[in-house]
Design a protein around this ligand. Structure first.
Ligand SMILES: [Cu+2]
Length: 154
């Protein structure tokens, strides 16, 4: 009986530890809309330096069959990034169409281009500097309306 109690106490301790670890990580899932060029999440908040698991889902039963991605960028750079990814000269480049990720120091993290039915999880450490970090989909013509903000707080 003593042994059972000790085991229960141990298990309880492990469970408490597991939930404490989980509370430190931010798990966020963003799903592309099946019809609109939009993410279902326009805004989420993480703590500076927090471990983040960010999953983008492109639904298998998407009605518009659009590919989507997610690019997380530095604060204040959304307008410039939209202009960059919507540059008409890129549209004749098949490599760009398959993987529309520009070369830019403003990009912090990004998924690959996801077809309907695909998903990808990015694991990263949130920036140590608080601020509004925009994210966007860079597939042709999506960025201006398909974007959102990761808020980083102290
Ligand atoms: Cu998109």
């Amino acid at each position: 009986m003593k042994r059972t109690l000790a085991t229960l106490a141990l298990v309880g301790g492990l469970l408490a530890t597991a939930s404490a670890v989980k509370a430190e990580d931010a798990e966020v899932t963003i799903t592309a809309d099946k019809i609109q060029l939009a993410y279902d999440t326009k805004e989420f908040t993480v703590k500076a330096g927090q471990k983040v698991k960010l999953t983008l889902i492109n639904p298998a039963d998407s009605q518009n069959l659009q590919p989507h991605n997610l690019i997380l960028i530095k604060p204040g750079k959304l307008g410039a990034m939209i202009a960059l990814v919507n540059d008409p000269s890129k549209l004749s480049d098949p490599n760009w169409i398959n993987n529309p990720i520009p070369e830019s120091d403003d990009i912090l993290h990004h998924t690959k281009l996801l077809k309907p039915g695909e998903e990808e999880t990015l694991e990263f450490t949130a920036p140590t500097e608080a601020g509004d970090y925009p994210f966007l989909c860079s597939y042709i013509g999506h960025a201006a309306i398909m974007n959102g903000v990761m808020k980083v707080t102290e």
